[in-house]
Design a protein around this ligand. Structure first.
Ligand code: 5AD
Ligand code: SF4
Ligand code: FES
Length: 342
């Protein structure tokens, strides 16, 4: 089975993955192979993606998320276009080559405002990743033309029944259409999921991994589900470190050239969660560059790290982490590498 994962990854089935996810017997070898495949295909570089969480206002009601519209406990904010552009300039001055613009699904930022942000920020010679949720297909096209490079939109869970339960205002079928459209338009497209959602077992996790292969996702963000006390899922159990590491490792094995972040949620459930992810297949890290006073209010889940740090402290922190693992800080835009050695 391990040999199949490494040498015949396209023939790995749902049943194979389900089996590997239901036993801990092969975990060490899976982690080791994922680290080897990461080294072979994407090398020692860890790419930095600076994230600006520019609005925590959201019209949606995802059952797991602290930004859901129904959560009245959260102090809401919107950064002005000028504030966002100023932050992007500061990030570019620090030599970071990707800026991720993330927000809740906030219609305040019209087609034109986002287009303006892209055009202004592109002047700083950076790659731009949008992570602002589902919008009109026409908007995706306009923003691509304006210079946006990538679009992140996790599929959250590839089990349609579970997706529909967790998203009262969306369907898996629709989310899938959006992701395939983003690919078609030419974005480097990021999917990804949470691990440990209620009702999710080895089979559902296997479905997540196969979905990213079906999409040929350029990026895959994977993190544990962390129950938020201000949401309907407050009494559920969260995801565990080992299972999440295994989903990351198996994703690396099936998508050897994908860019896979060591997510903030990993660092939030374990002090070395991100380092462990980087040793199990991950090759990207996303330092938080949301300015204060806004940063503590982007509370997707409790225990989120990096909240009370100085505005730009995460940059040096993640660089130190990368060096500590004897890896190199990426200096390029960090686009997905082309598959050469099959
Ligand atoms: N625990 C972990 N991750 C969460 N997200 C939202 N809420 C939670 C939570 N409670 C993730 C979703 C979303 C991303 C921005 O944050 O996967 O896509
Ligand atoms: Fe809004 Fe995204 Fe949170 Fe859903 S996951 S409530 S769309 S911010
Ligand atoms: Fe944010 Fe370490 S990455 S403080």
């Amino acid at each position: 089975m391990i040999d199949k994962l490494v040498t015949r990854r396209d023939s790995v089935t749902l049943e194979d993955l389900e089996y590997l996810l239901s036993t801990e017997k092969y975990d060490e070898i899976i982690f080791e192979k994922a680290d080897e495949i990461r080294e072979k295909y994407v090398g020692k570089e860890v790419h930095l993606r600076a994230i600006i969480e520019f609005s925590n206002i959201c019209t949606k009601s995802c059952l797991y998320c602290g930004l859901r519209a129904e959560n009245k406990k959260l102090k809401r904010y919107r950064m002005s276009p000028e504030e966002i552009i100023k932050r992007a300039e500061l990030i570019a001055e620090k030599g970071i080559k990707t800026i991720v613009l993330q927000s809740g699904e906030d219609p305040y930022y019209t087609t034109e405002i986002i287009e303006y942000l892209i055009k202004e920020i592109k002047k700083f010679d950076v790659a731009i990743t949008l992570s602002i949720g589902e919008r009109k297909f026409e908007e995706y096209r306009i923003w691509k033309t304006a210079g946006a490079d990538r679009y992140l939109m996790r599929h959250e869970t590839a089990c349609p029944e579970l997706y529909n339960k967790l998203h009262p205002d969306d369907s898996f079928e629709n989310r899938k259409k959006h992701l395939f459209e983003l690919k078609k338009i030419g974005y480097e497209t990021g999917a990804g999921s949470m691990v440990g959602l209620p009702g999710q077992g080895p089979r559902e996790l296997a479905m997540d991994i196969l979905f990213t292969r079906e999409l040929d996702a350029d990026m895959v963000g994977i993190g544990p589900f962390i129950p938020n006390p201000d949401t309907p899922l407050k009494n559920e159990k969260g995801g565990d470190l080992n299972t999440t590491l295994k989903v990351i490792a198996l994703t690396r094995l099936l998508l050897p050239t994908a860019n896979i972040p060591a997510t903030t949620a990993m660092g939030s459930i374990h002090p070395f969660g991100r380092q462990k992810a980087l040793k199990c297949g991950a090759n990207v890290i996303m330092p938080n560059l949301t300015p204060n006073p806004y940063r503590p209010n982007y509370t997707l889940y409790p225990g989120k790290i990096c909240l009370f740090e100085a505005d730009t402290a995460c940059v040096e922190c993640v660089k130190g982490m990368i060096k500590g693992l004897s890896r190199n800080v990426g200096k390029s835009y960090g686009f997905r590498v082309k598959l050469t050695n099959v």
